[in-house]
Ligand binder design. Structure first.
Ligand code: FE
Length: 365
């Protein structure tokens, strides 16, 4: 709930608002702006003028960090608007996508959830691939030497192995339950070679890097399965927390620009799940086993559900088959995207320079 659970709001009861609230909160301004416009259009007319008058907000962004001060007074007459706020906390489905088969690398047959789109709907996420297959022929050709610049790649493996090597001397194997979070920064040339005689279950997510950090040094965060917190909710849902918070746990991946959350949820038949997500962040789920129910619609394995950015919680349930999903969220960058192959920059000139550097051998800094 925006008011009840917002840490910036010290008063838990939505209809018993304290006379004076003072708080500082960057996410709230986004919500307040939306709510005021929503209320003005179709909300509760008697409560709105008063709330609009009382709710004063200032935008004082400094180095990308909001420093908003609010001081306002609520009366019982404002409770209608407060309830509207609370009802808006549940995120709605914005778009759904079904993975499509692609040939990538040296001939890996994979299933792509999304990649380049002019609207940049998944900002800051750029691409999602599911390269799972029971047949090694589909993946054994692998992804031989190729460059990356300007992005992070997140490789999460649940069955089989991916051997990797790179141009700066790193080498290793990502195995069952492991994650590799690779920040290409200014540039890296690597190869990723899937192995698995009895099949592979694995996913790769690309995350954009903001302009100010695109040309920083490459960096790896690689965590073995035992380093990734796994816990069970009271209703039997099992969560593996790769990044971000979940209950009292926190994923091991840190220091990222987009404040990512990446959680692997296993839901028993009929189990219901509510995942908090900061207002304004992009969030999506990928269903890779079973079927998920969200309000009146069902989403089956191979589907991606992208949620609206309004609201602070994602609610879903598993159908009778149970389900397994990846839940991903992150802060949008709102920057221009210039993308060609494995390199993603902000301008065409930066792209051209990157490929010139590849040709003349100056790509690696
Ligand atoms: Fe790669």
């Amino acid at each position: 709930m925006i008011f009840r659970d917002n840490p910036c709001f010290p008063h838990p009861e939505s209809t018993q608002i304290s006379p004076v609230l003072e708080f500082i909160c960057c996410s709230f301004c986004v919500e307040a702006t939306r709510v005021l416009s929503f209320c003005t259009i179709g909300g509760a007319p008697t409560a709105i003028p008063r709330l609009s008058l009382l709710l004063k907000y200032e935008f004082e962004g400094k180095d990308g960090v909001c420093q908003h001060n609010y001081q306002t007074t609520f009366s019982p007459a404002d409770s209608v608007c407060i309830d509207i706020l609370n009802s808006m906390s549940k995120r709605k489905v914005a778009h759904t996508f079904t993975t499509q088969e692609f040939l990538e690398g040296a001939g890996v047959r994979l299933h792509r959830g999304f990649s380049y789109m002019p609207e940049n709907l998944f900002d800051p996420f750029l691409l999602f691939d599911d390269f799972s297959s029971e047949n090694p022929v589909d993946f054994m050709a692998g992804f031989p030497w190729h460059p990356h610049r300007g992005i992070e790649t997140v490789t999460y493996i649940l069955k089989g192995d991916v051997e990797h090597k790179d141009s700066i001397g790193n080498a290793g194997v990502i195995s069952k339950g492991d994650v590799q979070w690779m920040k290409s920064g200014s540039g890296i040339i690597h190869q990723e070679m899937p192995k698995g005689s009895s099949g592979l279950v694995g996913f790769q997510l690309w995350i954009n890097i903001p302009k100010k950090h695109k040309m920083t040094a490459p960096n790896y965060q690689e965590y073995k399965a035992k380093e990734i917190p796994e816990f069970e909710y009271a209703n039997g849902i099992v969560a593996r927390v790769v990044a971000g918070p979940a209950e009292q746990f926190k994923g091991p991946v840190t220091g990222d620009d987009v404040d990512p959350t990446y959680i692997d949820f296993q839901l028993k038949p009929g189990a219901e799940l509510s995942v908090p997500v900061p207002s304004g962040y992009t969030s999506f789920i990928y269903v890779f086993d079973g079927t998920i129910q969200i309000t009146d619609s069902a989403y089956k394995a191979g589907q991606i559900v992208l949620f609206d950015r309004i609201g602070t919680e994602v609610n879903l349930g598993a159908k009778s088959s149970g389900a397994r999903i990846l839940f991903v969220s992150g802060k949008p960058l709102h920057e221009p995207v210039a993308w060609h192959g494995p390199i993603v920059m902000n301008t065409r000139e930066e792209l051209v320079l990157a490929f010139e550097e590849l040709n003349d051998g100056t790509f690696i800094k």
